[in-house]
Design a protein around this ligand. Structure first.
Ligand SMILES: [Cu+2]
Length: 185
């Protein structure tokens, strides 16, 4: 019988091998975690983008709001690389009681906001920018103040492309920004 010559045989479980494997696995986990952290750090430092079908959603962001402000805005850019129009029909996030899609328009010399009941069209081959003073997502009934440097998750839903989760970065308040005027809520 082979191996019966009195030489040392490997024990069925070699504790040294076992711990090496454990160390290797732990290192792999740490490296994987590091890679994820690195990715987050990169996206926090600059623009972040999402792809949903033929739509590209760029840099969702918001603005720090004064404490006690009842509403906060959401901004992002949508580019439609497809050949048919789509519509931004809904947005959601846990940061507020309600979310609407708004436009701003001057009515009788006063800048007013109103909800877009049918959503916002994203033309084929076009880009629509939600930005201060224009189209925006409105978070109504904030559960906590929007503070600069924080991020929050939400979703945006398009009629054809469906829903995608996005991260909003809260940027510092503009120095002279006033709480929205003429807001109907
Ligand atoms: Cu609004």
């Amino acid at each position: 019988m082979r191996g019966s010559g009195g030489r040392l045989r490997r024990p069925p479980v070699d504790p040294t091998d076992y711990s090496r494997k454990t160390i290797a696995m732990t290192l792999a986990r740490i490296l994987a975690a590091g890679a994820v952290l690195g990715l987050l750090a990169t996206s926090a430092a600059g623009a972040h983008d999402y792809t949903l079908g033929t739509l590209k959603i760029g840099h969702p962001w918001s603005r720090a709001m004064p404490k006690g402000a009842p509403v906060g805005p959401g901004f992002l850019t949508v580019t439609n690389t497809g050949t048919t129009a789509d519509r931004l029909i809904a947005a959601n996030a846990d940061v507020s009681a309600k979310v609407e899609i708004h436009e701003m328009a001057v009515v009788d010399g006063v800048m007013k906001m109103r909800a877009l009941d049918k959503g916002l069209e994203i033309p084929a081959g076009g880009t629509v920018e939600l930005k201060p003073g224009g189209y925006h997502i409105m978070f109504i009934g904030l559960k906590a103040p929007f503070e600069a440097g924080q991020r929050f998750k939400g979703t945006v839903t398009f009629e054809k492309a469906g829903t995608v989760e996005v991260d909003y970065e809260i940027e510092a308040m503009a120095t002279k920004m006033q709480p929205p005027q003429g807001h109907a809520h």
